[in-house]
Write a protein that binds this ligand. Structure first.
Ligand code: ADP
Ligand code: ASP
Ligand code: MG
Length: 407
């Protein structure tokens, strides 16, 4: 008998039929003799619809109120899933994040989990009752409802699996696992049977939205292996764990895309120490991604950086303000970009990955706007209209459409 944490995402609980399907899967797992704790998301589209409603009323809604509003989506699905399980004769109870004792800090809309008390979940597990926990939400040290950032039900599941010392954590979604690229963009993308947590974390951070990056980070930190698989069939999914055999042999494990990025350029900056400090201090509460600086004529520099599209006007205003204080330079929103990244542990020990990446882009006639690298990742910013061509070309260049890959 194993204790299994199963997380079902938005599309897996999208309507009554699918909620019934989830209840049947949970029952089947229990009938095999296992104990099950379930984490569910809001029905797909519900969280977005709630955000839109709030923003129709107020373009800058209060974050505490947003958390109160968004937590409603998951509360609907815990109750409906529990009701469906009762109809199948399975003893089950639903618990909100607060009832499950998921204690967080007070950074509304992106709260961090501090600890999980578990409430009465262990007792229910002992009594063989299925517990259905609302993903994505917790309760702050001040007793306020918080949410864990978009895609945060993954984080709830990993954290619960750790705290309950589950034998298995399964992330059920609408694809059969983690693929070498988003299967909705690259039709010959291959399912990855096993991937190490470090690569998965990097890929999730740069666009593999099949898992929330913070959830993978937590899984790595606390050594929680998990499996990403489909809720629509019984095919094996992708195993994500600390070590996999030959994990450094593959140069590039996947090609990821992040759209919705905007470029901002600060022009005519004095090329002297301290200028970048002034700019980025002003941007302290904005997530800045790629940064490049080039020195032009007469000791003047241009500095370009990217931020999420939704943060662009805030970032622009902050930089403009900082430049006014500096008494020099102007800032301009210079357009949208998409970020395409290749990730692979094998890059650390093999040369030539960048050349192959850039060659694939040039053959697809894609111009590179900016470049950043880390030990196991290379990212480029490109024209967003060329995203699909770029990803497909890079995917082919590293033979990711072949299984097993010959790189
Ligand atoms: P859930 O609602 O189950 O949490 P998400 O929509 O958050 O599901 O994540 C699943 C989606 O992630 C898939 O439908 C797919 O389009 C997207 N995705 C992006 N990159 C990948 C990838 N490399 N492998 C699998 N899915 C990916
Ligand atoms: N419902 C939340 C979202 O859409 C959390 C999740 O689905 O994981 O982001
Ligand atoms: Mg998700």
């Amino acid at each position: 008998m194993a204790l299994i944490v199963q997380k079902y995402g938005g599309t897996s609980v999208a309507d009554i039929e699918r909620i019934n399907n989830v209840a049947k899967r949970v029952k089947a797992t229990r009938d095999e003799g296992h104990q099950v704790v379930v984490v569910v998301s809001a029905r797909s589209g519900v969280t977005n619809a709630l955000v839109t409603r709030a923003k129709t009323l107020n373009s800058k809604p209060d974050e505490r109120e947003m958390d109160l509003l968004l937590s409603v989506g998951e509360q609907e699905t815990i109750a409906l899933t529990t009701i469906a399980l009762h109809a199948l004769g399975v003893p089950a109870v639903s618990r909100t994040g607060a009832q499950a004792g998921i204690r967080t800090d007070y950074s509304h809309t992106k709260a961090r989990i501090l600890d999980i008390h578990g409430g009465d979940i262990p007792e229910h597990i002992r009594n063989n009752t299925v517990v259905i926990v609302a993903g994505f939400q917790g309760i702050s040290t001040e007793g306020q409802i918080t949410t864990l950032g978009r895609g945060g039900s993954d984080l709830s599941a990993i954290a619960l699996a750790k705290v309950l010392q589950a034998d298995l954590c399964q992330i059920y979604t609408d694809v059969e696992g983690v693929f070498s690229a988003d299967p909705r963009i690259v039709h010959d993308a291959q399912k990855i049977d096993a991937i190490c947590t470090e690569e998965m974390h990097e890929l999730a951070s740069v666009g593999f939205k099949v898992m929330q990056a913070r959830a993978v980070e937590l899984a790595g930190k606390y050594n929680v292996p998990f499996e990403v698989r489909s809720s629509f069939n019984n095919n094996p999914g992708t195993l994500v764990k600390a070590d996999i055999p030959g994990m450094e042999d593959v140069l590039v494990r996947g090609v990821a895309v992040a759209k919705n990025q905007t470029k901002i350029t600060a022009k005519e900056l004095p090329d002297v120490p301290g200028v970048a400090t002034v700019l980025f201090k002003a941007l302290e509460d904005v997530m800045v991604d790629m940064i490049i600086q080039n020195t032009g004529a007469e000791g003047r520099a241009n500095l370009t950086f990217t931020v999420a599209k939704e943060d662009a006007s805030k970032a622009h205003a902050k930089v403009t303000e900082a430049l006014e204080v500096l008494g020099s330079g102007t800032a301009e929103i210079t357009g949208d970009v998409a970020k395409v990244s290749v990730v692979g542990l094998g890059m650390q020990s093999h040369a030539g990955v960048a050349a192959r990446f850039f060659e694939a882009l040039s053959q697809a006639n894609v111009n590179i706007d900016m470049i950043t690298t880390s030990e196991i990742k290379i990212s480029v910013a490109i024209d967003p209209t060329q995203t699909n061509d770029a990803v497909q070309a890079v995917h082919n260049a590293f033979n990711l459409n072949e299984s097993p890959h010959v790189q």
